[in-house]
Design a protein around this ligand. Structure first.
Ligand code: NAD
Length: 294
C-alpha cells in the first residue's frame, strides 16, 4: 500500500480521498478548510498543517483544487510545492483547469524529475462517492500506467486523451456540452410546467425519448423529481454554478485561442453568469432552472 498526499478535500476531493483510504492506502491530507480535513481525518487519514508537510515522503500526490490559479499557486507559488516533492514521485492533478496551466505546471514538475499527469474527472459528486468517476488523462502513457491502480480505486473509466494538457481540453469540451444540456433541460422542463405538465411526468417522457441526456437520467434540475439529485437538496453540494462558469470561461478561452466557434457555449456562459450575479454562485449548477421558472 502507498503513502499518498491528498490536497483539496472539497465536494469531489473528499469522497475521492475516502475511496483511497478504503482501498487500504495511507493518506496524508491537507485543505484550507478545517471541516474538510476533519472529515478525512475521522475516516483514518493523517491531517497535517500544510501542503509541503503532506508531500513529505509521499509516493503519490493527488490534488483536487478549484481552478488554475489555485493549482499554479500551490505548485509554483511561494512556497512552490514542486520544490518539496521528491524526484520520481507520481503526481495526479485532478482539478479542471486551463490546458495552458496544466502544461506549465507539468513542464515545471518534469524539470524537477516529477512525473505529473493531468487527470480531470467527470461523473459528479455521486461518481466521486461511488468510485465510478471517468478520468480524462493527459501526459506520458507510462505515467498513466503507473497511476492506473490509484485511478481505478476512484473511477471506472480511464481515457488517455494525449500529451500533457490534453485531458483538460477533453474535459472542457465535455463540460461545455454539460452546461448547454443542463440549461436546455431546464428550459424544456420549465416550458412544460408553464403549460400544465407535471415536471416528473415530463422528465419520465424525455428520459425515454430523443431529448434524453445525463441531466434527465441522473441529475434532474427540478426539485423532487430525483431524490438524490442536488435539486432535491435545495441545490446544496454537487457542482457549483461558479465552477461551471469557470469551465465555460475555459471553453471560451480555448475557442478564442483556436479560432473555433462556440455560440451555444457562449450563450450558456452568459446564462450561468447572470445566474451567479443574482447570488447563486455557490448553488449546484442545476439551479440554472430558477432562471426559467415562473
Ligand atoms: P470545492 O470547492 O468543493 O473544493 C475545493 C477544495 O479545495 C476546497 O475544500 C478548498 O478549501 C480547497 N482549496 C482551495 N485552495 C486550496 C489550497 N491552496 N490548498 C489546499 N486546499 C485548497 O470544489 P469541487 O467541487 O471539489 O471541485 C474541485 C475540482 O473538480 C474543480 O476544478 C471542479 O471544476 C472539478 N470538478 C467538480 C465536479 C463536481 O461535481 N463538483 C465534477 C467534476 C470536476
Amino acid at each position: 500500500m502507498s503513502r499518498i498526499a491528498f490536497i483539496g478535500l472539497g465536494n469531489m476531493g473528499g469522497p475521492m480521498a475516502l475511496n483511497l483510504i478504503k482501498a487500504g492506502h495511507d493518506l496524508v491530507v491537507f485543505d484550507l478548510a478545517a471541516a474538510a480535513v476533519k472529515a478525512a481525518a475521522d475516516a483514518g487519514a493523517k491531517a497535517v498543517a500544510s501542503a509541503q508537510e503532506a508531500v513529505k515522503d509521499a509516493e503519490v500526490v493527488v490534488t483536487m483544487l478549484p481552478a488554475s490559479k489555485h493549482v499554479e499557486g500551490v505548485y509554483l507559488g511561494e512556497p512552490a510545492l514542486i520544490d518539496h516533492i521528491a524526484a520520481g514521485t507520481l503526481v495526479l492533478e485532478c482539478s479542471t483547469i486551463a490546458p495552458e496551466s496544466a502544461r506549465k505546471v507539468a513542464d515545471a514538475a518534469r524539470g524537477k524529475g516529477i512525473r505529473m499527469i493531468d487527470a480531470p474527472v467527470s461523473g459528479g459528486t455521486g461518481g466521486a462517492v461511488a468510485g465510478t468517476l471517468t478520468f480524462i488523462v493527459g501526459g506520458e502513457a507510462e505515467d498513466l500506467e503507473a497511476a492506473r491502480p490509484y485511478l481505478e480505486k476512484m473511477g471506472k473509466n480511464i481515457f488517455h486523451a494525449g500529451a500533457a494538457g490534453a485531458g483538460q481540453v477533453a474535459k472542457i469540451c465535455n463540460n461545455m456540452l454539460l452546461g448547454i444540456l443542463m440549461a436546455g433541460t431546464s428550459e424544456a422542463l420549465a416550458l412544460g410546467a408553464a403549460n400544465g405538465l407535471d415536471p416528473k411526468v415530463l422528465s419520465d417522457i424525455i428520459a425515454k425519448s430523443s431529448g434524453r441526456n445525463w441531466a434527465t437520467e441522473l441529475y434532474n434540475p427540478w426539485p423532487g423529481v430525483m431524490e438524490h439529485a442536488p435539486a432535491s437538496k435545495n441545490y446544496a453540494g454537487g457542482f457549483g454554478v461558479d465552477l461551471m462558469l469557470k469551465d465555460l470561461g475555459l471553453a471560451a478561452e480555448s475557442a478564442l485561442n483556436s479560432r473555433a466557434s462556440v455560440p451555444l457555449g457562449e450563450l450558456a456562459r452568459n446564462l450561468y453568469s447572470l445566474h451567479s450575479s443574482q447570488g447563486s454562485g455557490g448553488l449546484d449548477f442545476s439551479s440554472i432552472l430558477n432562471l426559467y421558472k415562473k
